[in-house]
Ligand binder design. Sequence first.
Ligand code: ADP
Ligand code: MG
Length: 416
Amino acid sequence: MKSNSLVTKRVNKRKQALSFEKMGLSDEMVAKLYEVGYEKPTPVQAGLIPLAMEEFDLIGQSQTGTGKTAAFGIPILEQLELDPQHAATQALILTPTRELAVQVEREITKLAPNHHVRCCCLYGGRPIKTQINQLKKGCHIVVGTPGRVLDHLQRRTLNINKLWFVVLDEADRMLDIGFRPDIEKIMRQCPTPRQTMLLSATLPPPIVLLAKRYMHYPKLLNFSSKIAVETIDQKYLTVPYEMKYDILVELLEREQPEQSIIFCRTKLGTERLYRKLLKTTDFDSIGTIHGDMTQSARDRMMKGFREQSVRFLVATDVVGRGIDVSNISHIINYDVPELSDDYVHRVGRTGRMGRSGIAFTLVTPDQGGELTRIEQRINQLLEVDELQGKINEARGKEIDARPSARTSKKRYRRAL
Ligand code: ADP
Ligand code: MG
């Protein structure tokens, strides 16, 4: 087994190389990458891909929007054994949401240099029959959400005897308490030896410790000097609860976002805000997405958002992770996220691949503790937006721009 310092040295050398040609990829793969417009590997790709091809288990941390999907997708595609007659499932990629599973499947299909590669997507809310038929025909790569994947394993409609690669995308979310029992069950059924890869923009040490239980001497590689992306301008406003709606509308009118996600904490709150915006504003293209909607409505909404017919998407954290839509210019945290890592992921829906973006967070005067926790997590102070003066004036008194440290006792049940 190679020592960690040796690996680090090699990774640094590869980061300097920063060229797809110098990474030991096949000519077809390199040609495909240029064809889809990838000119050079991002640091996480340059660092992880060659190690993944050497069959190391890897835990990779890298900021939002830095190309982690291709960092695991390329080594899978390069090492697939293609037998179109008998397409055994060789790679399993697990994601926390259905929308992300669809996106990852598309990205991998886009990068496949060989059109014989069969990739399929298994997620809930869609007829299981169609998925069973697809699996019967054979899928080299399966992308899915834990619940539905487990369902297929229990029905024996998904055969993973030939599996050699497992990925947990958004690994910290996959190993948090909500998903862990399902992940444990899936991992127990996956063959050993196999190669396991975990990726996220946030990987707290306890999660890394836990992750090692599923892995074989994993290499831990961190490509982000800062947790949050530097090209995102991050601002906040201290707004009393009853003024939040008006301030949101004013902010949207002032900022004229190209596309924006407006995050709320609860499904009910999301639906209410969406309806209110529809009723009381003349913004033409408002949409919503949350877990109480049917999957076909969710799919329609995502399609509209990707095609830009939806400009403002009022959403729960269901689109807080992984979702890649390049025209999102503004993120608005109408409600402060419950966890500060969720803040990092929400704002990371903008400012992807070096682009700039802007994020506003509305905090009520008693949510100072939550604001401070976010600032500690990203190791950076959020700036006060200039609209604060107007809010203070409207309240008829001078208030501190900064909310008080007293934290609201109200807890919300985590539901997307
Ligand atoms: P992450 O998972 O790190 O948040 P994604 O894998 O979603 O990031 O990639 C972000 C965007 O960057 C996607 O649109 C993807 O197609 C694009 N991308 C990935 N790698 C490259 C590259 N080497 N060059 C240019 N664009 C890339
Ligand atoms: Mg991702």
